[in-house]
Design a protein around this ligand. Structure first.
Ligand SMILES: Nc1ncnc2c1ncn2[C@@H]1O[C@H](COP(=O)(O)OP(=O)(O)OP(=O)(O)O)[C@@H](O)[C@H]1O
Length: 242
């Protein structure tokens, strides 16, 4: 899927949250399908509601449709694919942590400067968040992302997602390129940095991620999405979603 970090999602948007709307889904899919131009069905979701603050793990084998489910949540699909059905959202921004941290970043703009340019956050907050993801050396802040290690770029992409304050943060196999220790650290960072107000969706091959997140669990198999655990959070649905 494409690696746009912050994407305006304006379709079907309505008003800003009020306290009385806490249990209302931030994003809903109904009768959602993604097909190729020749009509082959790649993904089908009868009904899915994503609530504020949920932690959701999406598991499934390679090619099952995890990335397409994330594309469907963002409302942006790979060229040549067709979406039908209803996608409703009341949020304006979606943060994205890609498989390779570098894909979230401009390769040549020094790290702290580009975080400021992209998010508008002030330098003090950027320093705080970078320190929180373990990048506290000011020399690293001045480096271009191409001059960072894979793990450092991954942490920088987590910092970027956190700084966006997006109500929904999607992470596509954010741990696949990392060793076990770095994987655990990235997951902890995602949990810590992504605030409780933000919803976090993580696609992964790794069942350990589901346990680590203590998450609502959606399994994708041959494009069919199934809810494996009761949805967390007030007012959440449970049971099969397709
Ligand atoms: N642009 C496209 N055109 C045609 N088919 C596509 C396209 N993108 C994905 N697919 C197909 O849709 C199916 C699901 O792909 P997807 O990338 O969502 O899988 P995934 O579960 O994320 O896999 P992985 O774990 O390997 O990243 C696959 O069969 C894939 O070949």
């Amino acid at each position: 899927m494409s690696h746009h970090l912050i994407k305006p999602v304006r379709e079907h948007e309505d008003s800003v949250d009020g306290p009385e709307q806490v249990d209302r889904p931030i994003l809903s899919l109904r009768d959602a399908e993604v097909r190729t131009a020749d009509g082959t069905k790649l993904l089908a979701i009868a009904s899915l509601d994503v609530l504020a603050g949920q932690r959701i793990a999406v598991t499934g084998p390679s090619g099952s449709g995890k990335s397409l489910l994330l594309s469907t949540l963002t409302g942006r699909w790979p060229t040549g694919l067709r979406f039908t059905g209803e996608r409703t959202t009341r949020i304006g921004r979606i943060g994205f942590v890609p498989q390779r941290g570098l894909d979230a970043l401009h390769p040549l703009i020094p790290l702290a400067r580009q975080l400021r340019m992209v998010t508008g956050a002030d330098p003090a907050r950027i320093s705080t968040v970078l320190a929180a993801v373990g990048l506290d050396d000011p020399a690293l802040h001045r480096r271009r992302p191409t001059e960072l290690s894979g793990g450092q770029a991954q942490r920088a992409s987590v910092a970027l997602a956190a700084l966006t304050d997006a109500p929904l943060v999607l992470a596509d196999e954010p741990t696949s390129a990392l060793d076990h220790e770095s994987r655990d650290q990235t997951l902890r960072l995602l949990e810590e940095i992504v605030s409780l107000r933000q919803t976090l969706v993580v696609a992964t091959h790794d069942i350990a991620v589901v346990r680590a997140l203590g998450a609502r669990h959606l399994a994708v198999s041959d494009g069919v999405v199934t809810e494996l655990s009761p949805a967390a959070g007030p007012g959440a649905e449970s049971g099969s979603i397709q």
